[in-house]
Design a binder for this molecule. Sequence first.
Ligand code: FAD
Length: 429
Amino acid sequence: MKTAIVWFKTDLRLYDNEALVKAIAQGEKVLPVYCFDDADFVTTRYGFKKTGNFRAQFLLESLQDLDANLRKIGSGLLILRGKPEVEIPKIVAEYKALKVFAKREVAYEEKETEAVVQTALFKLRCELETFSSSTLYHAEDLPFAIKDIPDVFTNFRKKTELDATVRAVFDSPLAMTSPDIPEMILPTLQDLGLEFSEIDARAAIQFKGGETAAMQRLNYYFYETKKLSVYKETRNGMVGEGYSSKFSAWLAMGCISPRTIYKEIRAYENENGANDSTYWLIFELLWRDFFRFMFKKYQTKFFLYAGIKGEKENSESLNNKLFSQWENGATPSDFINANMIELKQTGFMSNRGRQNVASYFCNELNMDWRLGAAYFESQLIDYDVCSNWGNWAYLAGVGNDPRKHRYFNIQKQANDYDKDRSFRDLWLQ
Ligand code: FAD
C-alpha cells in the first residue's frame, strides 16, 4: 500500500497506539492527521459549549506534543478542520490513500461520525480500519458477549479478572516515512469560539496536555513519590496533587493508554511490592472499562432521562435559579459550593466531590440529571463520554447502581472527608 492515513482522535500518543503501528506496517508512507470536528465545538441542546476552555487548551497542548514526537521520528501531524466526513476524504483523494487507520469508537455520536466517514471513504474505494484501543481489556477478550455483560460492576469485574488477560502494549515506532508535512498550525482558542482560562493556582494539579506530560506524571506518581503504594488510603482526598493519580485527563485524551498504566503498575510492584493500593488503581481502571462496555451494550440509553432502566417518567425539570446556584457554588451547602467553585476555576474535581455534587443535583435539587452531566461535559478537563454519562446515570439511579435510591448525606460526607475544613477553606476564602 502506498500511502496510509492515521486519523488521530482521542488517542494522541505514540506508545501503545495500535492504529499507528498497523499503518506503519502496511503503508509505504504514513500520513498522520487530526481533524478539529466542528461538532465538538457547538453549543449543545443543554446550552453549554460541548468543549469548554480548559479541555480545549489541554487538547491544543496534546496536539503540539504529538506533532513534536512525530517529527522526532521523521513525520508530523497534519491539522484539518471541519466535518471529518468531508475533510478526511479530501485528504484521502489528495494523497491517493488506500486505507485510513483509526481508533474504534464506542459512544453514539462518535460512532455516527465513524460511520459517515466510512461511507464517504467507501465511495473513494478507501477502507477505514478501526482498532479497539482505549480500554484495559480488549473487547474481544471479555468472557461475555457485549449484550451479556453484567450490569453490576462487581459481577463484570470478578469474571473478567478471572477469565481474561490484559494484552501487551505496542511499542512506540522508532521511525516513520511520511510525505512532506508542513509545519503544524493549530487553531487558536478564539478560532474555536473559546477563550483562554487560566487554571486557578489552588488547583489540585496544573494539567498540561500531551504524552510527554502523561509519562512524567506517571513517573512522578509511581517512582519519584511512590504514592501508588498508598493510593487506596488517599484516593478519597480532595486537596493537592497526591491523593489520586490524576491520570484522568491524559486517559481521556488518549495521551496514555490504560494498558501502559497497567504494565507500569506491574513493573512497580516487582520493584516495590504489591499491595491493596497497587491493585486498587487497576480496580479503578476496570470501572473505566466497565462504562465503556456498558455504552457498547446500551448505546443511546445513557443519554435518556430514564437511562438504561427505562422506569422513570420523562421529565426535563429545570429551575434556572437553582441551577445557577449549583453551577456557581452558591447553594446553602458549603461543601457543594467548594467543589463547584473548584470545577469552575480549574476544570477538575475529585471523585468524592463529583459524587456529592451529582447526588445533590439529582436528590436535593431534583433536576434533570442530564443538565448536570452536560455542564460537566463542557467544564471537565478530563471529560470522557462514557465515564461522565455513566457515572451521572449511576448517581441519578437510572444506570448501573444495583442499590435503589443511593443518597449522599452531604453534611456527613463533609464531616467524613473534609473534617478539618481544609478543602472548604481553600475554595471558599
Ligand atoms: P484516580 O482515583 O487516580 O483513578 C485512576 C483512573 O481510574 C482515573 O483516571 C479514571 O480513568 C479511572 N476511574 C476512577 N474512578 C472512576 C469512575 N468512577 N468511573 C470511571 N473511571 C474511573 N472520569 C473521567 O475520566 N471523565 C469524566 O468525565 C468523569 N466524569 C465523572 C462524573 C461523575 C458524576 C462522577 C461521580 C465521576 C466521574 N468520573 C469521570 C470518574 C472519576 O471521578 C474521575 O476519573 C477521577 O476523579 C479522576 O481523578 P484521578 O485520575 O486522580 O482518579
